[in-house]
Write a protein that binds this ligand. Structure first.
Ligand code: SAH
Ligand code: SF4
Length: 379
């Protein structure tokens, strides 16, 4: 039998089909003596039609439909809350089967939407500027819980069909949950299922070195690296992970990251006043990245209640960016979206409502945990 998730193996529960790629589901069913093609049928019901009950899968033979619930189960991911920001960004709260919660953020682009998904409940990397990091790691998300944020929203909100890009930049460190992230990518990009383009999936890492080379081998997704400082001293102060995997080694791994032609690594750089935002530091950054095919996203620090850093002035942000432009880098200042609902980068906590912001009531069937596949109107 394929090994779906550790906890299921431990508890002896039935495997959750939502944690399996199509290939894994085929192996699982054929080992049970079932026809392999049933896997593709189930996969299509899940990801093409948004149907999550064996009873509703009308092209499965009745005998199979009666038998399968004894052999396998379909995990649930409940959409339990949503908030809409003044700028149109939306934040969704998912409740996992064990009651933990994670968040996803939907960001409007010109002609489509980008969904930012979580890969862990919490995070153990302890970056000092990040709200998610404050709560520590509760647990890794399973493949179905990662992919499910996108595949659930696709059928449950009006914008769902227009979700084009997926960025793993929500809660958690994707490379700290490598196997599940990879399986989730396998599910999301399967042509018989959700069929997201791997060119439009981005994995963002704080620089967990051992995962970078395997990722370029195992998937063809985009890589984003949260850099945030041009020297080891500053970076270690902000990001404890840098002590173990310092810049020189991290950048060597980035240089070696294999990508199809014309694709570039993204470096994320949060600008924090008086910490990493001087023109001297911009010059240093330009030198550091020399020779790497990349673009640089400058993210003015998003303040949150109790945060110790400040967002620099527009003048300082411009000056920093201009240095990089002069060195012929593509450097974009990423507009902060959804800050009023704590949906901006690094502000996800899954803790409900830490800032006391007003919650938009979720649509009725969301509140009921309904699963009728109907499109929802935002409240
Ligand atoms: N763990 C991964 C992905 C999730 S963090 C990583 O670190 O890359 C998502 C992004 O939010 C990262 O680019 C991180 O640098 C950024 N971020 C975290 N806290 C932030 C804050 N307070 N203001 C702006 N960006 C922040
Ligand atoms: Fe974790 Fe990323 Fe936040 Fe660092 S920035 S604590 S790696 S989620």
């Amino acid at each position: 039998m394929p090994s779906p998730t550790g906890s299921e193996k431990r508890s002896g529960d039935k495997p959750d089909l939502k944690n399996l790629t199509l290939a894994e589901m085929e192996v699982f069913l054929s080992r049970l003596g079932k026809e392999k093609y049933r896997a593709r049928q189930i996969f299509k019901w899940f990801y093409r039609k948004g149907v999550d009950r064996f009873d509703d899968m009308t092209d499965l033979a009745r005998s199979f439909r009666e038998e399968i619930p004894d052999l396998a189960r379909i995990g649930t991911l409940d959409l339990t809350d949503s908030q809409t920001s003044r700028d149109g960004t939306k934040k969704f709260l998912f409740t996992l089967e064990d009651g933990l919660t994670v968040e996803s953020v939907l960001i409007r682009e010109k002609n489509h939407w980008t969904l930012c998904v979580s890969t862990q409940a919490g995070c153990r990397m302890g970056c000092r500027f990040c709200l998610t990091g404050r709560f520590g790691l509760k647990r890794n998300l399973r493949p179905g819980e990662i992919a499910g944020q996108a595949t659930t929203l696709r059928f449950r909100i009006p914008e769902g069909p227009d979700i084009r890009n997926i960025v793993m930049m929500g809660m958690g460190e994707p490379l700290d949950n490598y196997e599940s992230v990879l399986t989730a990518i396998g599910i999301l990009t399967d042509d018989s299922g959700p069929a997201f383009s791997s060119r439009r999936i981005t994995v963002s890492t704080c620089g967990l070195l051992p995962g970078i080379a395997p990722l370029s081998r195992d998937a063809t997704v985009n890589l984003a690296v949260s850099l945030n400082a041009p020297d080891d001293e500053t970076r270690t102060r902000l990001m404890p992970v840098n002590r173990k995997y310092p810049l020189k080694e991290l950048l060597a791994a980035c240089r070696a990251y294999e990508m199809p032609l014309r694709r570039r690594i993204t470096f994320e750089y949060i600008l924090m006043e008086g910490v990493n935002d001087s023109v001297e530091q911009a010059e240093k950054l330009a030198r550091l990245l020399r020779g790497i095919r990349c673009k640089i996203n400058l993210i003015p620090f998003n303040e949150f209640p109790g945060s110790e850093f400040r967002r620099p002035s527009e003048n300082r942000i411009d000056a920093f960016r201009n240095v990089l432009i002069r060195h012929r880098y593509t450097a974009i200042v990423r507009a902060s979206k959804g800050a009023d609902i704590l949906a901006a980068c690094g502000q996800l906590s899954g803790q409900g409502d830490p800032a006391g912001t007003v919650l938009t009531p979720p649509p009725r069937s969301v509140r009921n945990g309904g699963n009728d596949g109907k499109k929802e109107k935002e409240g």
